[in-house]
Write a protein that binds this ligand. Structure first.
Ligand code: ACO
Length: 427
């Protein structure tokens, strides 16, 4: 029997259907609310609002669960590679060996960038943030490559292009920002190894592929691959709902991810840890500042809108971090500070009462540092990892028969109607 909730308003009773998800999650379907009652809902930050029904990612913030297409992220981080997880997110099932090989070939075939695009990089001021460059370059891709959305095959080609070219663009932007020669993708290298090679190979010092580093990058990108309706993904869906081309929707997602409270937090964590180190390593002082309501300082890499327990990705990232530093024989003082900070914060009543635990960004920056990635590129690394999720969510919205232009309402609290005053009469 279908469930309903009763809404009593202005002497009338309205029945609103309750929708139940495959994991027992429940939501009230209010799609007829305004039409039948004249009311809208008000939910700043959308913390209580479901914007879609999705089959892609399940997360439970209270229990610390994250699954892509039903598969726990812990299993994917242990056994999968990034391209396989990408295929899973976009196509809904794990690929066969043949399908994965075919996907890898397509990624390789589409990895080059139109040579004319290189000149764009030269026009950005030297100090430009790589996220701004990436967002602009992804929009520019639309001018070089047509939008293909008629057949399934065309959509697959456009999606593969984007996945492969964004990675090349990111590495190119780094090389050009250093004044170095661009390194082209190599057909004999995997997606992740190719990226590292494009970033770090140079004519006088050939890059040696290290399988431990390649594995760490796979894990990093798998953990970032999707996170249901977060700020940037909702942006991709919302911008996409205006029937904009995929490149523009992804570019909007990149811009949304840039923010310090979202994807920019990984850069924020390293900057915070560096400041604590320079300030003598006093982690207790940082925790006190984070609790002080008169101080805007927050512990970067702590807290999450959905997770009210330890972020499951943070646990894997911490393990990866320990593993990669040990294998590469790197000792990073920022890791020691991060561990001390975590230990102090987790015992502190403020953090306990507010359910503030480390999120994925807390340890991810240290992993990226170990791979040689500069801090300014951290959020770009996140963006490459989140690309499969954005694409899968965009694809799901395009295929949804209930897909409508996103257009939230508001409660107006401005002045009542007043007459225009000619400029000479204004005081
Ligand atoms: N340090 C100190 N206090 C915090 C922190 C923090 N990192 N995060 C939240 N709080 C406190 C707030 O001050 C507030 O306290 P109050 O209720 O006493 O006023 C309470 O916890 C709730 O905070 P909100 O900002 O309302 O929580 P929200 O769910 O909107 O924010 C967010 C989540 C933005 C992630 C927040 O925890 C934060 O700013 N964290 C630091 C930035 C960060 O690490 N972002 C990455 C998130 S993961 C990702 O996007 C990949």
């Amino acid at each position: 029997m279908s469930e309903h909730v009763k809404l009593i308003y202005d002497g009338k009773t309205y029945e609103l259907p309750v929708i139940t998800g495959s994991e027992g999650e429940k939501g009230i379907d209010i799609s007829t609310l305004r039409q039948t009652t004249g009311l809208i809902t008000l939910d700043p930050g959308f913390a209580n609002t479901g914007s879609c029904v999705s089959t892609i990612t399940f997360m439970n913030g209270e229990k610390g669960i994250l699954r892509y297409r039903g598969i726990p992220v812990e299993q994917l981080a242990e056994h999968s590679i990034f391209t396989e997880t990408t295929y899973l997110l976009i196509n809904g099932v794990l690929p066969t060996r043949k399908q994965l090989n075919h996907f890898s070939i397509l990624l390789n075939d589409n990895s080059l960038i139109h040579e004319d695009m290189q000149s764009f990089f030269q026009s950005f001021p030297r100090a430009s943030h790589p996220m701004g460059i990436l967002s602009s370059m992804v929009t520019a891709l639309r001018s070089f490559y047509p939008e293909l959305i008629i057949t399934e095959e065309e959509i697959n080609l456009m999606v593969t292009r984007l996945l492969s070219k964004v990675r090349t663009l990111a590495a190119m932007s780094y090389k050009i920002s250093r004044g170095h020669k661009v390194v082209y993708p190599r057909p004999d290298l995997s997606y992740c190894a190719n990226f590292l090679n494009m970033m770090f190979d140079n004519p006088v010092k050939p890059y040696q592929i290290d399988e431990d580093q390649v594995r760490a990058l796979n894990v990093f990108w798998i953990l970032h691959a999707d996170h249901e309706q977060n700020c940037s993904t909702s942006t991709v869906r919302m911008v996409g709902s205006g029937r904009v081309n995929l490149y523009a929707a992804i570019s909007a997602g990149i811009a949304a991810l840039w923010g310090r409270l979202h994807g920019g937090a990984n850069q924020g964590v390293i900057e915070m840890l560096t400041k604590i180190k320079e300030d003598g390593g006093n982690v207790a002082k940082a925790v006190e500042r984070a609790k002080d309501k008169n101080d805007p300082f927050r512990l970067m890499g702590f807290g999450h809108r959905v997770y009210k327990t330890y972020d499951p990705r943070a646990k894997i990232m911490k393990k990866t971090c320990d593993g990669v530093l040990e294998k590469l024989k790197i000792s990073d003082p920022l890791l020691d500070i991060a561990k001390q900070l975590e230990a102090v914060a987790l015992k502190d009543n403020y953090f306990i009462d507010h359910n503030l635990y480390p999120n994925i960004d807390f340890y991810s920056g240290i992993v990226l540092r170990a791979l040689g990635i500069p801090t300014s590129m951290f959020t770009v690394m996140f963006a490459i990892g989140r690309l499969p999720g954005w694409i899968a969510q965009w694809k799901e919205s395009v295929d949804d028969p209930n897909w409508r232009l996103s257009r939230p309402r508001q409660i107006y609290a401005g002045p009542p109607p007043i007459d225009y005053v000619p400029i000479e009469d204004r005081i």
